[in-house]
Design a binder for this molecule. Structure first.
Ligand code: SAH
Length: 389
C-alpha cells in the first residue's frame, strides 16, 4: 500500500476524525498513485493515522479507518453489519415500511458509498473510484449480513462517478422482474431503480411526508416537484380532498400516476406537467397546503448565489398564492446552502410576499441518513413548515 504524507500541522482535522483529506494538506508527491487505490495517511513524522481511498481532486483521500489496520473482508462485513443493525434498531423494516437507506456514506463511516434497501433489494451507488473497486467485497458483505432477506443487489454507479470511469450498471446478485413494489409509511410504491432517478425513490423525505399526512385531512394540496409522488400519496392516504402533483418531467408524472392508481386514489388526484415557477404564478384554485421540494439548485459553491435567488423567487411565488391560513412545506437539498442561509432566504421571500408568516416546524433528513458528528458536510436536507396568515 502506498503512503501519503501530510504537511506539517495538517493532521488536526484527521485527528478530530474528519473523513476527508484535501489535496492542499498533502506534502508528498502523489503523481504515481492510481485513482481508487488504498493509501496509508501519515504525518510528516511518519506516524500512521488512517487508511483511505485516494482519488485526484479537491478531496484527495476518503478515510475508511482511523488506524493503519488492513482493510479486509471482515472490515466490510463489520461496517455493513453496523449499518444494518442501526436500521433494525430504528424499526425501519416492518410490514408497513420496507424502504430505507442502509448505508449513507460518511454518516456510516463508509465515505463514497450509498446503499438503498427496497423490500429485499439493495441498490448500491458508488461515489468514489475506490468504492467501485471494492464492489465485490461490498456484495459479499451484504449477502453475509442480510442473509435470507436479500433478494437482489443492483449496482448503479454510472451517474455518480466521473464520466471517464468505466462501469456497467446491473445486477450483481439475483434479479427482479419489474414492476417491483415496496412500502413506505403503509403506502405501496412501484420502484424502478433501473430507469428511475437516483436509486429509484427519494427515501430521505419519509418523516416529512408523515408530517404532511398529519395535516392533510380534507385539504386541497399542491405537491410541486413531485417526482414519484411520495408527498401526494401520503396526503391522499390521510384524507386530503384534492391533490395536484406537478413535475416538469413526463416520466415523473407517469410514475406518480402509477403509484396513485396502485393505491386506488385516482378520483382525488390531478397531474400537472409544467414548470413549477410558471405554474405558481397563476394557480387554478386556492390551495390549503403547498409542497416545494425542488432538485438541488446549487451542486457547487460557485452556484450558491444564483441558487439563493432561485429559492427566494420560488418561495415568494408560493407564499403570495397560498390560501389565508395555508401551510407551506418548503425544502432545499443543496448541501452548500446551510440551514441558516435557507431560513434567511425563505424569510426574505416572506417579506417580499407581504404575508404574515410563522415558522411552525423545522425539518431535516431522517435517521437513516445520519450525519457524522465530525463531518458537518453530511447535513444536506432542510425544510420549513410555514403558517401563512
Ligand atoms: N418531492 C419528490 C422528489 C423531488 S426530486 C419526492 O418526494 O419524491 C425533484 C423533481 O423536480 C424531479 O422529479 C424533477 O423532474 C422536477 N423538476 C426539476 N425542475 C423542475 C421545474 N422547473 N418545474 C417542475 N419540476 C421540476
Amino acid at each position: 500500500m502506498q503512503e501519503i504524507y501530510l504537511r506539517k500541522g495538517k493532521d488536526a482535522s484527521i485527528r478530530r476524525k474528519h473523513p476527508w483529506i484535501f489535496s492542499g494538506a498533502i506534502g508528498s508527491d502523489t503523481s504515481s498513485i492510481e485513482d481508487g487505490s488504498l493509501v496509508r495517511v501519515c504525518t510528516n513524522q511518519q506516524e500512521v493515522l488512517a487508511i483511505g481511498h485516494f482519488q485526484k481532486g479537491s478531496i484527495a483521500v476518503r478515510i475508511l479507518r482511523f488506524s493503519g489496520e488492513e482493510i479486509d473482508q471482515r472490515f466490510w462485513n463489520q461496517r455493513i453489519q453496523a449499518a444494518w443493525k442501526l436500521r433494525m434498531d430504528l424499526g425501519l423494516l416492518t410490514k408497513d415500511n420496507t424502504i430505507f437507506r442502509l448505508v449513507h456514506g460518511e454518516g456510516d463511516l463508509l465515505p463514497g458509498l450509498v446503499i438503498d434497501f427496497y423490500g429485499g433489494v439493495c441498490v448500491v451507488q458508488c461515489h468514489s473510484i475506490g468504492m467501485l473497486q471494492c464492489i465485490l467485497e461490498i456484495v459479499d458483505a451484504l449477502k453475509e449480513v442480510i442473509g435470507s432477506k436479500l433478494k437482489a443487489i443492483y449496482h448503479k454507479s454510472k451517474g455518480s462517478l466521473p464520466r471517464s470511469v468505466e462501469t456497467q450498471d446491473g445486477y450483481l446478485y439475483g434479479s427482479i422482474d419489474m414492476p417491483f413494489y415496496a412500502y413506505e409509511n403503509q403506502v405501496r410504491y412501484s420502484i424502478d431503480w433501473i430507469l428511475g432517478q437516483k436509486t429509484g425513490f427519494f427515501i430521505d423525505q419519509r418523516e416529512n411526508r408523515k408530517l404532511l399526512g398529519q395535516l392533510s385531512k380534507g385539504k386541497k394540496i399542491l405537491n410541486a416537484f413531485c417526482y414519484s409522488g411520495g408527498f401526494s400519496l401520503e396526503a391522499l392516504m390521510n384524507g386530503a380532498s384534492d391533490v395536484y402533483s406537478l413535475d416538469s418531467s413526463e416520466k415523473a408524472i407517469a410514475l406518480t400516476e402509477a403509484n396513485v392508481s396502485l393505491n386506488t386514489f385516482e378520483g382525488k388526484h390531478v397531474s400537472v406537467i409544467a414548470d413549477a415557477m410558471d405554474y405558481l404564478k397563476e394557480l387554478p384554485l386556492p390551495f390549503d397546503i403547498i409542497v416545494l421540494d425542488p432538485p438541488a439548485f446549487a451542486k457547487h459553491l460557485d452556484k450558491k448565489h444564483k441558487a439563493v435567488q432561485g429559492y427566494k423567487r420560488l418561495n415568494a411565488h408560493a407564499l403570495r398564492q397560498i390560501k389565508p391560513g395555508g401551510i407551506l412545506f418548503t425544502f432545499s437539498c443543496s448541501q452548500v446552502i446551510d440551514k441558516m442561509l435557507f431560513t434567511n432566504t425563505v424569510i426574505s421571500a416572506a417579506i417580499e410576499s407581504k404575508r404574515q408568516v410563522r415558522i411552525l416546524y423545522q425539518m431535516h433528513q431522517p435517521m437513516d441518513h445520519p450525519i457524522g458528528a465530525f463531518h458537518p458536510e453530511g447535513e444536506y436536507l432542510k425544510g420549513l413548515v410555514l403558517y401563512v396568515e
